[in-house]
Design a protein. Sequence first.
Length: 162
Amino acid sequence: MTPLYREFASAGEAWGEANKKGFCYLRCLILEIMAEHTFRKWNLITGWAVFLVAAITYLLTVEPTVSWWDCGEFISSAYKLEVGHPPGAPLFALVARIFTIFAGDPSKVALSVNIVSALSSAFTILFLFWSVTHLALKMVKKAAEISLAEGLAVLGAELLAL
């Protein structure tokens, strides 16, 4: 039995034996695991988890061909390394060109560029998560002084916001 479990178990004796063994132990185990790691580590883990959820969602719904608006222009400019309409998105064109090289068949070029778009959007969500966490920490305290409860509140509120 862990020390934190003993503390909660003694307080939870009135709840009954079954509740004390199940829910209380699980809650104490989670709190102990979280207490071992710093807020910075939990912020990194949560950020990458948000990235994975976004990337999976976007990749499952990716368009296999050309869709409406500027997608065709971006796909063709990335495939031929031409300049699209201003501002042109040169970084996107270069990264998409790398993906189109590995597409092999020209009929798969649109899919590969759309995959670049999906991954770029997922990375945008990752960096948005970390930016909002940074701003929220500035409002709460310094990262070195943050308690477990404050850290969980920041991460939880941010997950609900995204």
